[in-house]
Ligand binder design. Structure first.
Ligand SMILES: Nc1ncnc2c1ncn2[C@@H]1O[C@H](COP(=O)(O)OP(=O)(O)OP(=O)(O)O)[C@@H](O)[C@H]1O
Length: 452
């Protein structure tokens, strides 16, 4: 039975060309939408109300243009999906539309079917209930990492796929371990450059001089130890993608050089006097707030804007817990393939324990927990007792602010205890023996550290 008129979702069509408007209205009705129309950006803003579920927006409008309309629509309703219609060969508008938060764009002329397939998919994504994280069975893994149970991530992935094909600079932001490197590789894989090289460079991994030579190459004799000329990563990645991880740590002296590459595609090797050109696509990532770095003067504003053509913010795991079952299945599948066994399932208690944790180290921490839990069990089902002792709330990775973090006695006790508890597979008697304490103390320790 077709949906009643009340059940049909409202679609706002914004186009000043009456013929196209009429065509879209007919097609919208055919596809189960209830169309409303606006002939200008201002009319679209006037016509916006809570019942509108999606907008099809032409770029060329008579008053405020499509991009400005898009920005204002999204200001009024931040989660409103907008599909932008752009002219042929207008990649710049497409990039700017995605940047301004468009769910997608279509280049005119386009097939009506494509538009309504997209709209249907957006609707599906929004209405699909998120799977519960507790439960004994795991769904098959989203092996390519481009599926998600979380609406925010699904929207991010849609933008990511679109951005991948546009060959533009992308900035991935998010806490450590959220998957920035993983997504950078996915962008490369989905891009027309997939067959070329993907070259990652970690900015804080090298001192300034070496980083400069790593990125831009050097000529023989340009510094002590430069016994031969060497091409840099920008030369090597000329047809491919260069991934600049932790770009916030790029030393001030190298920032103008990177800016030149992004602006003019030109650079010099260290000690070189020949202008070299690169066509590398740049993807950068940061887990620090670059805005704040611009504000305190440690990161150039012009470089920030060059990098931030399209920003893809990756949410922390604690804000996408509905993805835990899929991610867990994907990671366990990967571990099983590596170890050559049939894999593991989780008891509902184990799933609930994962869901109750706040994951300060994000997906990397989930991966570590699963690696360790599977290493210490002979069973093919992971239970609460396999996971709970591994769920530590301390942030993983290097402590921010530099320098080794001084741990309190309480933290040391917790770590030592957890080590032993994990080693013994959660066996309290064995843990007691290993630590030279009574079993009663093991119970006390479990309680003291909130592990019961
Ligand atoms: N969608 C995903 N599916 C499966 N595994 C993932 C996914 N995203 C990330 N991972 C895994 O989680 C781990 C951490 O991801 P990644 O290294 O990409 O994080 P990051 O944000 O780049 O971290 P950092 O800021 O510390 O460099 C990796 O081992 C990666 O393979």
């Amino acid at each position: 039975m077709p949906p009643s008129l009340e059940e049909q979702p409202n679609l706002l069509i914004v186009d000043d060309d009456e013929t196209i408007q009429r065509l879209l209205v007919i097609a919208a009705k055919d596809h189960g939408w209830r169309p409303r129309t606006a002939g200008s950006g201002m009319a679209a803003l006037d016509g916006l109300d809570d019942s509108i579920e999606a907008v099809v927006l032409d770029h060329g409008l008579p008053d405020i243009d499509g991009l400005q309309t898009l920005e204002r629509l999204r200001q009024a309703k931040s989660n409103l999906p907008v599909i932008m219609l752009t002219g042929l060969n207008d990649a710049e508008t497409a990039v700017r539309a995605l940047r301004a938060g468009a769910a997608d764009y279509l280049t005119k002329p386009f097939e009506l079917k494509r538009l309504f397939d997209l709209l249907r998919q957006i609707r599906l994504d929004r209405s699909e209930p998120a799977p519960t994280s507790a439960g004994s069975t795991l769904k098959p893994a989203a092996a390519d990492g481009l599926r998600s149970a979380n609406q925010r991530v699904r929207e991010l992935l849609r933008r990511l796929e679109k951005a991948a094909s546009l060959d533009t600079t992308i900035l991935l932001t998010g806490e450590s371990g959220t998957g920035k490197t993983y997504f950078a590789k996915e962008i490369h894989r989905l891009s027309p450059r997939a067959a070329e090289e993907f070259i990652p460079v970690s900015c804080p991994a090298l001192p300034r001089e070496l980083l400069e030579s790593e990125l831009f190459g050097h000529e023989k004799g340009s510094f002590t130890g430069a016994t031969a000329s060497r091409a840099g990563r920008f030369e090597q990645a000329s047809k491919g993608t260069i991934f600049l991880d932790e770009i916030g740590d790029l030393p001030a002296e190298l920032q103008p050089k990177l800016l030149n590459v992004l602006q003019d595609r030109e650079f010099f090797r260290v000690g070189g006097n020949k202008i070299l050109r690169t066509n590398a696509r740049v993807i950068a990532a940061t887990n620090v707030d670059l805005h704040a770095k611009v504000a305190d003067g440690s990161f150039r504003e012009d470089l920030y804007y060059r990098l931030n053509i399209i920003e893809l913010p990756i949410p922390p795991l604690r804000e996408r817990k509905d993805d835990l079952p899929g991610l867990t299945a994907a990671i366990l599948g990967r571990i099983a393939a590596r170890r050559g066994n049939d894999g593991w399932t989780l008891t509902s208690g184990a799933s609930a324990a994962l869901a109750a944790f706040d994951w300060p180290g994000n997906i990397r921490q989930l991966e570590n927990v699963l690696e360790r839990a599977t290493a210490f069990t002979d069973r093919d089902e992971l239970g609460e007792q396999d996971l709970v002792p591994l769920l530590e709330s301390r942030r993983e990775g290097p402590a921010s602010g530099g320098g080794a973090k001084v741990r309190t006695l309480h933290e040391l006790e917790r770590e030592t205890f957890l080590e032993a508890y994990r080693r013994t597979g959660g066996n309290k008697a064995k843990t007691a023996r290993e630590l030279g304490v009574s079993e009663r103390t093991v119970y006390n320790l479990l309680e003291r550290h909130g592990l019961k």
